[in-house]
Design a binder for this molecule. Sequence first.
Ligand code: ATP
Ligand code: MG
Length: 704
Amino acid sequence: MEAQETLLEELLNVEVEIQDVEEQMKILLQRQDTLYERQSQLKALLEASEGSEYPAKDTASTTVENWSGSCEWDSEADDVRFNVFGISTYRANQREIINAVMSRRDVLVIMAAGGGKSLCYQLPAILRDGVALVISPLLSLIQDQVMGLTALGIPAYMLTSTTSKEDEKFIYKALEKGEGDLKILYVTPEKISKSKRFMSKLEKCHNAGRLSLIAVDEAHCCSQWGHDFRPDYKNLGILKIQFPSVPLIALTATATHKVQIDLTQMLHIPKCVKFFSTVNRPNLFYMVREKSSVGKVVIEEIAGFIQEFYPNNESGIVYCFSRRECEQVAKELRESGISADYYHADMDVNAREKVHLRWSNNKLQVIVGTVAFGMGINKPDVRFVIHHSLSKSMETYYQESGRAGRDGLPSQCLLYFRPGDVPRQSTMVFYENSGLQNLYDIVRYCLSKRQCRRSSIFRHFAEPFQDCNGMCDNCAFSSEIEEMDVSSHAKVIVSLLQDIRENDQRLTMLQLIDKLKTKHKELGSNLKRDQKEELVIKLILDRVLIEEFQHTAYATNAYLTIGPFAKQVLQGKRDVKLEVCNAQKKVAGINSVKHNVAFSGLEMKLDELRKELSSTHGGIFPHSILSTQQICMISAQKPNTLEQLEKIIGRLKTEKYGNRILEQIIKYADSNELKDEHGSDVRPKKRLKTKKPVVLIESSDDDA
Ligand SMILES: Nc1ncnc2c1ncn2[C@@H]1O[C@H](COP(=O)(O)OP(=O)(O)OP(=O)(O)O)[C@@H](O)[C@H]1O
Ligand SMILES: [Mg+2]
C-alpha cells in the first residue's frame, strides 16, 4: 500500500514536471520563432552591407569600386557585343563585370538564372590576347556553349571525354606553342584535378603569357552547402595557386552567404570584386493551383493550359515527383495531344540526351522530368515550368521554375499543390539537415492566398522586398478571400490524435482524414475533404501537430501526432483560420500573361525559318540562330535592307542569315497584301513602321 502511494506521488511529480517542461518548451519555441525572424532580418542586413549592396529598385547593383566608368576597351567591347553576339544592350551588371575582368581583377558574380553570366567571361575572352579557360560542371552545358560560340565564328573548343584525338592534338599544340586559333577552352573540373598532362600544357601556356583568364561557371558546386556540390570543384583552388596573376571569375545563379564565403576561400580569391544582382525574375509570373486528387483531372488541366496558352509548340517543362510519375504524366499528356516525353535518372545516358536534344531543337514541346532534369538546361525560350508536385524547398523551386524565361520574355511558373503531396515529400527529406523546415517553407508558399509569391523568394534569399508588379496570382488578384474560423475542427483533430496516442496507436494523414469524416459530422461540419487536408497541413506548419517517421521494409511512413502548441488549441487559446478564395479569379490572372508570349504572323514564319536554318547549319539550336527577342524585334520593325537588319541583329548574323530573313519578310508581306485585296484578312499594311515593345507585361488588374 505504501509502495503504491510512493508510486502515485512520483507519478504526480512527473506529471507536474512534464507540464512544466511543456510550458518551457512553449516559451522556447516562441523565442525560436522570434529568433528565426531576426535571423533573416540580420542576414538581409549583412548581405546588404558586405562588399556590395542590393539594388534599391532596379536589378543593377553597385559595388564598393565603381566599374561603370568609361574604359579604353569600350568601343571594341561594344563592337563584339553587338556585331558578334547580336546583343543590343548590356543587362544589369554585365558591363561592370566585364570591366573588372578586363582590369585583371578576380571577380565573383552572383546573378539570377538567365541573367547573362556567360557574356561576362566570353566577351573579355575575345577582347584579351591568348586563351581563356572555362570550367563548367556538365558535358551537355559545355557542348551547348561550344556549339553556340562556334556558330558565332568564335574559336571555342572543349577538352572532354568526347573530344576527338585530332581536336585534342590541336588544343594541346595551341596551349603549348600558341599555334592555331583557340580563344576559349571549356573543360570539366575533373580535367584540372585528374589530368597532369593537361595541367602541364596549361602551365606552358601560362608561362608564355597566353592564359588570358579563368572562368569557373556554376561556382556554387565548390561548396558542400550549395545545392549541387561536386567533389572535383573542391580542387579548383589549385588554379589561383598556380596562376596567381591570371584573373579568375567565378559565376553562379544562387549562393547563400555561407556558400559565398566557402567558394571565395576554396578558389583563393579573398579580394575578389563581388557583383550581386537580385534574385528577382520580373518576367516570371508565379502561380499556385489547387491540385485535384484525381490524376486524370490534373493532366487534363495541364494539357488544357498548354494547349490554350502555348498552341505554337512553345517549350515547357513539367516537373514530377518520381520516375514512375514522370513516365505516366508524359504518356497521358501525349494522349491529350501534347508532344511530351520523359527524362529521369533511370534512363541510359543516350536516351536521355536524345530527349533533351529533341526538346532543345523544338521538335518536342514538353519535357516531363524529375529533379534529374537540372543544371544542364540552357534553353533560353522555355515559356512555362509546371510543377505537377511541389518541390522539396524554396531553393529547389526557385532553381527549377527559374528555367523558364531565361531570355527575359514573359513566362509562367505554375505549381500544382495538394496537401496529400506533403507527406510524400516529408518522408524523403526528414533526415536532411533542415529538410523539414525547408519543405514547410515551400508549403507555406503554396498555402498562402494573400501573400505575394515573390516575397517568399526574397525572404528565403534574405533579400529586401521588391515590387512584384502584379506578376503573381496573389498580387494580381488579392481580393475575394475569406477567412474561415476552423478552431473547433482543429480541436477535434487534436483530441482525436491525443486519444490515439494514449491507445498507443498512430495515424497517417489519410487515416486521420477518414476518421474525421464521422467526428466532423457530429460537429455539423461543412468542411470539404481538401479543406480538412489543408487544415491538417496548417496545423503541422503551426506546430500544433508534428510529423513522425517510421521505416518499414518497403517504405518510410509519416504519422501525425500532437505537437507543442496542441494544448493551446485544446484550451481555446489559439484561433485556427483557413483562407478561402474564389478560384475563377486565378484563371483570369494567367490570361494577363497570355497575350504577350504567343507568336503571331511574321513571328511564326521567322520561327519556322530559324528551325529550318538550324537543321541546315550543322544542327545548332534554333535560338542560337535568332533569339525570340530578335524575332519580335524583326517582325516589329520589318527591315527592308541588310543594313537595316544589321542594326537589329548585328553584322555576323546578318551576313549568315540576312538574305533568308529578308526573303521571309517580303514573302510574308506579299501574302498579306494578297489577303487584303481579297478582303479575307485585314492585317497591318506592308512594312508598317510602328514599333511594338518587345517585352510587354500588361497590367493584370485590367483583366480582373
Ligand atoms: N544583354 C543581353 N541582352 C539580351 N540577351 C542577353 C543578354 N545577355 C545575355 N543574353 C541572353 O540571355 C540568355 C541567358 O544567358 P546566359 O546563358 O549567359 O545566362 P546565365 O546567367 O548563365 O544563366 P544560368 O544561370 O541559367 O546559366 C542567353 O540566351 C543569352 O544570349
Ligand atoms: Mg550559365
